[in-house]
Write a protein that binds this ligand. Structure first.
Ligand code: ASP
Length: 440
């Protein structure tokens, strides 16, 4: 039988009301078999996520203030007991809360404390769905170096496939030292993907509070179109540039298993959402461009030296300097006698840029070297670009009509994207112009 794994994010768990919608969603489809949950997120602007409350509580332990820890932990306890009474569930979590408090006070650790958000949420959802609760510590294992132990897949399949439906807390597993260990923040998406891969799901549904991936940032273009279908490659390009709906590491397990992901909106379950599939399975629709994403605050180091193309080792020497300083570069477009080195500003704090420029100048003797530290990168992404002769022309015409100066151009070798560098201040105008050209 077809198996779907559904992961519900924090906003889908924020209160009893939305949990009832989750129940309806799950019950409406018998193939929605394994349910992975996050801890309750924000109910309104200014609210605090349960995971953040738990980290805050643990900070008191680190400061040696047990009484304060208990006060802060009581806030979490309260939040869960409110949900429980909203749902009128006949389960009593107070012993389990006492036990968790005892464990934390006797050294169970920060990750254990943070993980209790998903633990208690999964307990409630299991009761609500009348399905077994399977603790992530029994199935998700980490190796000593902190990476996922592949035994996880075997344990997960063996444990879950006995049931028609079960609920698993996301975000954590058991470390090699026998203690609870969490993934990075937002890691419930990874847990869902692991479960999907382990049980050979036909679909990984990731339920959140938006109806899929927008073609561009809705803060820049109001109500942009939702992307119906996206390949994993396109997803990677767009997410890297800041379009974030999914935790980036969550893609790997499902991608390896050829399992599609569908992003869905718990608050609008009637919306189809976005389907993410492997590039091979991706049907090239009518659209040339799938999405547009942009990111501010890059520095470009522009280098000019006549006969640069014939100077063996020029680029190698430059990259060696970056290497020595632990600086990664994003792009390196070049001409015959020019090269533009694009670096994320986060690597260039505390005078690092001046140091780099000085060293490059001394080692490579360029004719000219200058920098600009207010550059935004915009990626226009789509498998359709490679096969469409008009796409680049349309893109640059749209930018020139909008009066945008293009500072740098880079096209990935797969021709899946065209990246342009513009001034930070031109980012919104540029994205609007490209969106208008390809989507309206
Ligand atoms: N609750 C965790 C966090 O807030 C994990 C997740 O939501 O996926 O980061």
């Amino acid at each position: 039988m077809e198996i779907k794994v559904c992961k519900f994010g924090g906003t889908s768990m924020a209160d009893g009301n939305i949990m009832l919608s989750v129940k309806e969603i799950v019950k409406s489809d018998p193939t929605r078999a394994f349910i992975v949950v996050s801890a309750p997120g924000k109910r309104f602007g200014g609210d605090t996520k349960v995971t953040d409350l738990l980290y805050h509580a643990y900070a008191a332990i680190e400061e040696g203030d047990e009484a304060e820890f208990k006060n802060r932990f009581a806030v979490v306890r309260n939040r869960f007991s409110n949900i429980q009474s909203e749902l009128k569930l006949p389960i009593d979590l107070s012993d389990a809360f006492d036990e968790a408090e005892r464990q934390i006070l006797s050294g169970a650790g920060k990750d254990y404390c943070a993980s209790r958000g998903e633990y208690f949420t999964a307990k409630l959802i299991a009761a609500l769905l009348n399905a077994p609760f399977i603790d992530a510590e029994e199935i998700v294992r980490f190796k000593e170096d902190g990476s996922l132990d592949p035994v996880t897949y075997k344990l997960t399949a063996a444990k879950l496939l006995r049931y028609k439906r079960a609920v698993v807390p996301g975000f954590y597993g058991l470390g090699a030292d026998g203690k609870i260990k969490t993934f990075t923040r937002g890691g419930g998406d990874i847990s869902g993907a692991i479960v999907a891969y382990a049980v050979k799901a036909s679909l990984y549904e990731n339920w959140t509070d938006v109806s899929g991936f927008f073609a561009c940032d809705p803060k820049i273009v109001s109500s942009p179109k939702c992307i119906e279908e996206l390949s994993y490659h396109e997803l990677r390009e767009l997410s890297y540039m800041g379009a974030s709906v999914l935790h980036s590491e969550s893609v790997f397990p499902v991608r390896n298993g050829g399992i599609p992901i569908r992003i869905r909106n718990t608050f609008r379950p009637e919306d189809e959402g976005t389907l993410i599939v492997s590039s091979g399975a991706h049907k090239s629709g009518a659209r040339v461009v799938t999405g547009i994403a942009g990111k501010k605050d890059f520095t470009v180091i522009f280098l000019e030296k006549s006969m640069m193309n014939g100077e063996i080792g020029f680029a190698a020497k430059m990259l060696e300097i970056l290497n020595r300083h632990g600086v990664a570069f994003e792009h390196l477009p070049s001409g015959i006698d020019t090269m533009s080195l694009v670096i994320d500003n986060k690597y260039l704090l505390n005078g690092k840029l001046d140091e780099l420029v000085k060293e490059i100048d001394e080692a490579l003797h360029p004719d000219r070297i200058h920098t600009r530290d207010d550059v935004a990168l915009i990626a226009t992404v789509g498998h359709g670009i490679a096969g469409d002769v008009t796409a680049p022309a349309r893109l640059f015409k749209a930018l020139s009509d909008a009066g945008v100066h293009v500072l740098m151009i880079d096209q990935g070798s797969g021709r899946l994207n065209i990246i342009v560098g513009v001034a930070n201040a031109d980012l919104p105008t540029s994205i609007r112009a490209i969106y208008r050209e390809f989507f309206s």
